[in-house]
Design a protein around this ligand. Structure first.
Ligand code: PMP
Length: 460
């Protein structure tokens, strides 16, 4: 096989991909009639595919990852320097980039002190679950082992993380699941079943968590794992009153609060982390995606010293955290993360996230005035969703095929938006926006104009 001209032969690349790649999240029947899409180059918010078409990417690499935008040479240089000098050392040893990024990171997270490195969001969450289980064994006779997770939240693809998965459609074909994971209700005010709104709904949604704790027995519950804003489950921003009560409940029953910042972290909502929007004091925070904006694979499970100290005990040989992530010893990840954070600071991208997020929400409100199909818009910073319904009174969700058609229509217009189109109707009839934090008003105008055109063409 001649692969010397691989890069200059788009036809060959497409056929190699079609023949050998098993794409994520894909029904491969599609590729019998359509070419797989292959991305070749990116700059800022724009990407070019192998056929030369330019796209405005409003979802940061498809899955809300490239927070600082494409084409950042300085991140590439930092990775090259780090891996050339000392590419990797795993196990019990540390590395210079690892120590440097940990110091920078906890500086942005008052109250949190310890960084455990891994590779993916799922893996970081697995680390957190294992910490909770070990604390239960060491300090509570193995009894405080249950981990509560919320309906509509997602924490990853591995079987442990999927056992904490609140999106039934993603879990349906992969059971049986790990025991000890217990679901609490969602907090989507738009679909409240109790008729409550605002703070009253927020309190009731938090109360529903306490009800589950009381039903299970507080001394059996070790942790509550929540996304600050539910991402793939439909951009669900908890209403006022929710987080204050959740924090109180965790403190009341000695339950660790684990916040999954895989999506909301690194400026996505306009603060370093989503939990900081709500004044929450978590015990464990997990993060991935935007930590190095996809330039390298890195995830972190960050804890308070109070959590960490529970594993320190040289009288008990089994009590240290007996866990490893081989590639947690790579230097490319933290080297990329250091430059990623420097860029976020130097270019003041958190402020831009807030400002452009407000502009995007304003545009979405305008679209809502024009299109009766938009039932609700939700978001914070450069993270937003528009939920589509057939009727604003009944809130009947539009069929998922229309979400797919709208996303495809935008793609034809050269704009990439997301859609929760592979999910059960009810909460996943939402168009998603999570552009890189370098977005401008013109970019956001182009995105919302394309969505408006698509809604009109698809739904009328
Ligand atoms: N948590 C959340 C909130 C996520 O959205 C995701 C991925 N979309 C994950 C965890 C899992 O991350 P990864 O795919 O890197 O394992």
């Amino acid at each position: 096989m001649d692969t010397t001209n691989f890069f200059n032969d788009p036809g060959h690349v497409i056929e190699a991909d079609r023949a050998h790649i098993w794409h994520h999240l894909s029904q491969h029947k599609t590729y019998e009639t359509a070419d797989p899409r292959i991305m070749v180059e990116g700059k800022g918010l724009r990407v070019w595919d192998i056929k030369g078409k330019e796209h405005l990417d409003a979802v940061s690499g498809g899955v809300w990852t490239v927070n600082v935008g494409y084409g950042r040479e300085r991140i590439g240089t930092a990775i090259a320097e780090a891996v050339t000098k000392m590419c990797f050392f795993g196990g019990t040893a540390g590395t210079i980039p690892g120590a440097q990024f940990a110091e920078m990171l906890v500086d942005k997270m008052p109250g949190l002190d310890r960084v455990y490195y891994a590779n993916s969001g799922s893996e970081a969450n697995e680390k957190a679950f294992k910490m909770v289980r070990q604390i239960s064994h060491k300090h509570h006779g193995g009894k405080k082992y249950k981990i509560l997770y919320r309906d509509r939240d997602y924490h990853g693809t591995t079987l442990g993380a999927l056992s904490a998965g609140g999106q039934d459609e993603r879990n349906a074909q992969y059971g049986p699941f790990a025991p000890g994971f217990v679901r609490v209700p969602h907090c989507l005010e738009y679909r409240a079943e109790n008729g409550l709104t605002g703070e009253a709904y927020g309190h009731a949604a938090a109360q529903a968590i306490e009800d589950v704790i009381l039903r299970e027995g507080p001394d059996t519950v070790g942790a509550l794992c929540l996304e600050p804003i539910t991402a793939g489950g439909g951009i669900i921003v908890p209403p006022k009153g929710y987080w204050e009560r959740v924090q109180e409940i965790c403190e009341k029953y000695d339950i660790l609060l684990h916040i999954d910042e895989v999506v909301c972290g690194m400026g996505r909502t306009g603060t370093w982390f989503g939990y900081q929007q709500f004044g929450i004091k978590p015990d464990i925070v997990t993060m991935a995606k935007g930590v190095a904006s996809g330039y390298a694979a890195i995830s972190c499970c960050v804890t308070t010293n109070a959590v960490f100290e529970q594993f320190k005990d040289d009288t008990d040989k089994l009590s240290y955290f007996r866990d490893i992530s081989t590639f947690g010893g790579c230097t490319g990840g933290p080297a990329a993360a250091i430059e990623n954070m420097n860029i976020l600071v130097e270019e003041d991208l958190l402020t831009n996230s807030t400002a452009m997020g407000e502009h995007l929400m304003g545009n979405l409100a305008g679209l809502m005035d024009e299109h009766k199909w938009i039932g609700d818009i939700r978001g914070m910073g450069l993270f937003a969703g528009a939920e589509l319904v057939t009727d604003r009174d009944t809130k009947e969700p539009v069929d998922e095929k229309y979400i797919a058609a709208i996303v495809a229509d935008c793609m034809n217009q050269g704009v990439i938006v997301g859609g929760t189109n592979r999910s059960v109707p009810g909460y996943n009839n939402t168009i998603l926006f999570a552009p890189s934090l370098v977005a401008t008003k013109d970019d956001m105008n182009q995105v919302t104009e394309a969505v408006g055109n698509a809604i009109k063409r698809v739904l009328g």
